[in-house]
Design a protein around this ligand. Sequence first.
Ligand SMILES: *Cc1c(COP(=O)(O)O)cnc(C)c1O
Length: 399
Amino acid sequence: MKSKHLDSICVHSGIDNYEFGPVVPPIYQTSTFKFESTEHGASLFKGEQKGHIYTRMSNPTIEAMENAVAALEGGHKALGCASGMAAIHTVFTSLLKAGDHVICSKAVYGPTVTLLRTVFSKFDIRTDFIDTTDLSEIEKHITDTTRVIYIESPANPTLDISDLEAISVIKDRIGAKLVVDNTFMSPALQQPLNFGVDIVLHSMTKFLNGHADVVAGIIVVKDEKTYQDMRKVLNQTGGVIDPFNSFLVHRGIKTLALRMEKHSQNAKILAEYLESSPYVKWVRYPGLKSHPQYETGKKQHRNDGGMIAFELRGGFKAGETVMNNVHFFQLAVSLGGVESLIQHPASMTHFSMGPEARMEAGISEGLVRVSVGIENVEDMIEDIEQAFAKIEMPQKIIA
Ligand SMILES: *Cc1c(COP(=O)(O)O)cnc(C)c1O
């Protein structure tokens, strides 16, 4: 029986009938599949019969996971990729040609910017990185050749929220495709296809898998034609996921709804604590009324998610102090796993950029990003509290 409830879809989706009746899809760890005859092989290649040929093209374990994510996003079909970046690359390669123009959120995962700036620019594809929370900014940058509007919402690391429904109206008018990176929310909390978005993608490395032990990505599409076109590109460029990682992600998905609820519950408490702390200048969390796009978030999100960004009053030095004194939080990049992670871009991932380039990219010196896990939130607050106490601050700032 098919359920319309997300928590049930998480547990049941993508499960087919397999030999011996296993309740989970077996891991078909094979590169290739036998044909019964030359006729059989020929008909598979022609697509006249259902079946598998070669794992770069399709594989039952991969297909099971793809069907699960497609069901969760309310899409037609999905394409499993070797990483989130492979998914992003596949989408751009499929949708764009030389001379085309892309509008992309300014606040977006760093390597997405680099991919557009350094790889796609070589093929005469131009991108404007703009504030997509401001519809007039989008209107201002539309050209005759705008083919793709690419949005990350909530965005990395600022948690900016773009209005997907409103942007969808714009893309329909100009005949462009609207692509959304839904990594931060996962389909449990946000289903962009419901707001008119054409293509959704994920780094499954994060919340979808949820256990920090897989690198993988996925693309979800709404119609068969787009699916076939992208499948061809993915098949030629080769950035496919493998059966074992598909199995792990599919396993992770069973608890997605449950995990996202706990991530959100913990993050809300931690965000409120941070907002009341004298060491903190501001907090960005979709569940706080102080978020500039709080209302848009309420419209788009089922809950508020597990990602928090905040700015320390003490700048770079304070950031360093907190990073070196947390014990419960683990100092690491990435996000979306069951364990809480903390990172300070200015002293870690973006240190080599230097302060000026960081400023230009909107990465302030005291910006801290937290991926709130599913542990007990009291442990998190206690850890942050003792690390904050080590910050040296002039008394007048605290007052
Ligand atoms: C991590 C991440 C990516 C890239 O995914 P990989 O699996 O690391 O290739 C893309 N977008 C967002 C928002 C991410 O957090």
